[in-house]
Design a protein around this ligand. Structure first.
Ligand SMILES: [Zn+2]
Length: 466
């Protein structure tokens, strides 16, 4: 099926070959290809219209006429043929557009292609639901993350959703997953913003290179206008079943994901655990949540614990002593806090160093546990630090203010002023809720918290291949 690069090639080739002719007549041979007009209307309207410009939206070809917009979708195997001299229709020619400089034939063996005709200025219904173009500024990691929030759809299938991104079809979805080291079955609702960013960049690179190459020529698609696409030479997985991966030499495999042929490298695109960040304000109960999840047999790690560990290691201390310009013996949490409290630049340096080290440890830990289905990382200031972009899913544990005060006064012996100060340094619960993928209220008993966590885990995607 022609996808964005092939449609782009077709429309550019038509423009080059035909220029800006006037339509002098129409022959509709197979009326069902006309989506929103009768053959009589279609013919009467188009006669006398000039093709003023050519364009593309998703996989739709756009012909802007004097007073109308003609839109074509090639679907599976639609093809245009342009002739300078009148030519006889073939067996599968369904539409002939007579021009003052030749003829344009539309052929379609499968008869799935469609033509739409709209008045200029009218909003074309067939384009209304389309998502942003791959090269559009509207396509952001934030948008994709929100679009797929908690979706269990396989990423490979999700990339085919024209309402999310317009223009990607089966071939390029396979190639994008490979380029991003993504298991095609990884659920789209559990992908980190950083990974979405990578998906956007790789989508743009692959589609851009494919447009340069004139698209991909494979069994079901040739541009039919005397142009042969060359991008098939750049394919890493598509139609390469049994051949060695171009990166790691492992044979490429083929499977079906939601009914569509899916090619992937089992080694480069190994399934990865879903990494869930657990967060919440002080006193919200996130440590209890971590504790419970660990008890249930899940792998759980805490940023605070990593931080404490790092502060006991010689390498970290030597580096911090360098930054703070003090003897190593003086370094403990309190001393560091007192030094950076009043010095924003010093604070930034210390935090940048420690955050980098913590992140390294987390990534190593994820690699060490790559066979797990889910991994939990407790990150107290997830959103404040902007760390939500590293995680596939964020789970917020929150409590109402009266509850928080009660707990912090009781268990931690803090006074109201201290509590206020601590809460003021964090985002509000409302803000955290808006930014988290899932949230659990923890205003009741420990048993209730456990029950909520159990429900959360139950709703996590189960991995399976079709
Ligand atoms: Zn590979």
């Amino acid at each position: 099926m022609p996808e964005l690069p092939e449609v782009q090639t077709v429309i550019a080739t038509l423009e080059k070959q035909m220029g800006h002719p006037v339509i002098t007549g129409i022959r509709v041979i197979y009326p069902r290809i006309l989506a929103n007009r009768s053959p009589e209307d279609f013919s009467a309207i188009l006669k006398g219209q000039k093709i003023e410009s050519y364009g593309r939206r998703g996989k739709f070809l756009l012909f802007t006429l004097t007073d109308y917009l003609l839109i074509a979708h090639l679907r599976m195997e639609g093809k245009f043929y342009y002739f300078h001299e009148p030519a006889e229709p073939y067996k599968h020619t369904h539409l002939v557009i007579e021009l003052d400089n030749g003829q344009l034939h539309y052929n379609d063996v499968r008869k799935f292609g469609r033509f739409y005709l709209y008045q200029k200025g009218e909003e074309p219904a067939c384009l209304r639901e389309l998502g942003p173009e791959p090269f559009s500024e509207q396509l952001t990691a934030d948008y994709l993350k929100k679009y797929c929030r908690n979706s269990h759809t396989a990423i490979k299938s999700q990339l085919l959703d024209q309402n999310m991104i317009a223009g990607i079809g089966n071939i390029y979805a396979n190639e994008i997953c490979f380029a991003c080291h993504l298991d095609p079955c990884h659920q789209a609702g559990f992908i980190s913003p950083d990974k979405w960013e990578e998906i956007i960049q790789q989508t743009r690179r692959i589609l851009g290179e494919a447009i340069e190459a004139g698209g991909t020529t494979i069994r079901s698609y040739t541009s039919s206008l005397g142009v042969t696409g060359l991008f098939q030479q750049n394919l890493y997985v598509q139609s390469r079943q049994g051949e060695p991966c171009r990166v790691c030499k492992t044979p490429i495999e083929k499977t079906r994901v939601n009914g569509r042929g899916t090619y992937y490298c089992p080694s480069c695109q190994k399934r990865q655990p879903i990494v869930i960040a657990l967060t919440g304000s002080i006193g919200s109960g996130k440590s209890e949540a971590s504790h419970y999840l660990a008890e249930q047999g899940y792998e759980v790690i805490s940023c605070d614990a990593i931080n404490s560990q790092l502060l006991q290691e010689r390498e970290t201390l030597a580096r911090l002593a360098g930054i703070l310009n003090c003897p190593v013996e003086k370094l403990d949490r309190q001393y560091i806090a007192s030094r950076i409290f009043a010095d924003a630049q010093l604070r930034h340096q210390v935090e940048a160093y420690l955050h980098g080290r913590i992140l390294q440890r987390i990534r190593q830990w994820i690699r060490d546990n790559e066979n797990e289905d889910y991994l939990f990382v407790e990150v107290p200031l997830l959103f404040e630090a902007g760390w939500d972009r590293y995680f596939d899913c964020s789970l917020l544990i929150y409590a109402d203010l009266p509850q928080l005060y009660k707990r912090l006064r009781g268990i931690r012996g803090m006074n109201d002023k201290q509590i206020e100060e601590r809460l003021a340094s964090q985002l509000s619960v409302e803000e955290k809720m808006a930014r988290s993928d899932q949230a659990i209220a923890n205003n009741g008993t420990l048993a209730q918290l456990h029950k909520s966590l159990e429900n959360f885990v139950k709703k996590l995607p189960v991995r399976e291949k079709e």
